[in-house]
Design a protein around this ligand. Sequence first.
Ligand code: TMP
Ligand code: MG
Length: 212
Amino acid sequence: TESSVKPRGALIVLEGLDRSGKSTQCAKLLSFLNGLGHPTELWRFPDRETSVGQMISAYLSNKSQLDDHTIHLLFSANRWEKRSLMEEKLKTGTTLIVDRYSYSGVAFSSAKGLDIDWCKAPEIGLLAPDSVLYLDISPERAAERGGYGDERYERVEFQKKVADFYQTLGDSSWKIINASDAMEEVEKKIQQVVLDQVKECTEGKPLSLLWS
Ligand code: TMP
Ligand code: MG
């Protein structure tokens, strides 16, 4: 039968510890997909451009202090304020590569000692990713890469706790990518996973919601 419905875009999320190489790989993936003619945008959370994002940025750079629950809800609000645009982009055929999402929200706040179910609650109803790619690197190895800035959370001991919570959150659908491999190797693995996913979405895979 004839269909006038445009194939939707895929929601691809990259997660991992600080210095796992997410931002580099996101940029490479963006040019790869665009090069193949797939309309694609690169998003990141926190999105520091919005007014909520500016509060988050001030907190991360230690220019402001906030209660742990409060900053958790701001990170979540920062995703909610982009939710309708995200849905519109996907439904009109744009694939979104997202550098961090709800899993960062839950892993980092739980690592501070907040209850994991409490952390998940405000994420319920956000769009669920079609693929989560976890860039797997040990906290020690990530730290060797250097480049930890002065931002909050960029400490090895804390990142170890975050890694444990990522492990709790991940399920069999996550694609675990060895991020200690050479950059080109990582790039190729990501491309394979993402091409499969983009195809599934083109073929009518429905959008779903967190937390599932
Ligand atoms: P970035 O380095 O990717 O910009 O992220 C800034 C820090 O914020 C990083 O250490 C992870 C943390 N984070 C949270 O604690 N909660 C969240 O919801 C997100 C998206 C990031
Ligand atoms: Mg950072």
